[in-house]
Design a protein around this ligand. Structure first.
Ligand code: PMP
Length: 372
């Protein structure tokens, strides 16, 4: 067993910037109530499961061939979904799809970032943005937020003007805080980014279907360096599928094709995603239930006495704790797994089913009594 030779990553001739690092990932613990990874708690409905089986069987008959490299049917259906729900007409040529929005973001940084280039995000935010930057050799700049976790627009404009990043990430709704931005913020940061470089502005809308606000998609009009990224992992309840996508000017879609691997999106993935899109209305019905549960979590956590950040996502950031990790552990002791994202004094809980949320609220009510 080679494991016995005590050879570690750092003994390998690995890239310098990867030395001493750990892989991204929340603990996957076997706990009754798992509210830590912003998954949708509802399994896919049985009619959709049956439709997936049908479409996958059809795809299986052709698995001796490579899949449609350009995923045209899928991009057409994703464009239809965006046009119907996003308040902005989108065509297949504006859409690109990959294995999760993480892969979409990686392809964007491979094409628009890379060695000698930089990207900026406004932190705390989705930590994979910085990690994908590192993996693609892109320098990372951490921009500021206000104390209430909104983006400090003037400071962000100043940071963009000073550092002239090649890629600007705006996550709305933001993970882990739940904070959404208005169109005016994107307009200002886009203008600042164009004046400074010009650079690519990526709006990560992984959670937008849960927002009280409309999608920022209409801002694509007249902004060829703007990209909106989306995913089927959250609203479509299909985290296991691995399907993310973007909407942008067709030239951006052409650019990511320079770095994508050929046939990156398997025929099975394409067939499954197409089946899920046939059931969009049912799945968006679950989203409405989750939004109501998210609003209930915010209200009840405030009633218990916690400091809660306004949320437009399917999760809620709450605190404040003298020691967030200790609080995380004590909630876990009660059978409920939430997330410690490393934001001082705060934890994040994903909206689950009403029963799961009740179990969580009971746990944090008890914790509050102990800590007062
Ligand atoms: N963006 C944000 C803000 C996220 O929180 C996540 C998932 N945690 C992703 C992108 C990536 O999701 P996926 O790769 O499953 O589409």
């Amino acid at each position: 067993n080679d494991r016995n030779n005590a050879l570690g990553i750092d003994d390998l001739p690995i890239r310098e910037e990867l030395r001493g690092k750990s892989p991204y990932g929340a603990p996957q613990l076997d706990v009754p109530v798992q509210l830590n990874t912003n998954e949708n708690p509802y399994p896919l409905p049985e009619p959709l499961v049956a439709r997936i089986a049908e479409r996958v069987a059809e795809a299986a008959r052709g698995l001796n061939r490579y899949p449609d490299r350009d995923a045209v049917e899928l991009r057409t259906e994703l464009a239809r979904y965006l046009t119907r729900t996003g308040g902005h007409p989108v065509a297949a040529e504006n859409v690109w799809a990959a294995n999760g929005s993480n892969e979409v973001l990686q392809q964007l940084l491979q094409a628009f970032g890379g060695p000698g280039r930089t990207a900026i995000g406004f932190e705390p935010s989705y930590s994979m943005h910085a990690l994908i930057a590192r993996g693609t050799g892109t320098g990372w700049l951490s921009g500021p937020r206000n104390d209430d976790f909104t983006i400090d627009v003037a400071a962000a404009e100043a940071a963009i003007a000073a550092h002239r990043p090649d890629v600007v990430f705006i996550t709305s709704p933001n993970n882990p805080t739940g904070t959404a931005v208005g169109g005016d913020t994107v307009e200002r940061l886009y203008a600042a980014a164009q004046a400074a470089k010009p650079s690519l502005v990526v709006v990560d809308e992984a959670y937008v279907e849960f927002s009280h606000r409309a999608s920022l998609l209409p801002l694509l009009a007249g902004r060829p360096h703007l990209v909106v990224s989306r995913t089927m992992s959250k609203a479509f309840g299909a985290a296991g599928l691995r399907l993310g996508y973007l909407a942008a000017h067709p030239a951006v879609v052409d650019a990511v094709q320079l770095v994508r691997l050929p046939y990156h999106l398997s025929a099975v993935t394409q067939a499954t995603a197409l089946a899920a899109l046939e059931h969009t209305d049912t799945l968006l019905g679950y989203v409405e239930q989750l939004k109501a549960e998210r609003d209930r979590l915010v209200a009840e956590l405030r009633a218990i006495g916690y400091d809660v950040t306004d949320s437009d996502a399917n999760f809620v950031q709450f605190g404040r704790f003298a020691d967030a990790h200790e609080a995380w552990r004590r909630i876990l002791d009660r059978g409920v797994l939430v997330r410690d994202n490393g934001v001082p004094g705060r934890l994040r809980v994903t909206a689950g089913t009403p029963e799961e949320n009740d179990a969580f609220l009971d746990a944090v009510r008890e914790l509050k009594k102990e800590q007062d």
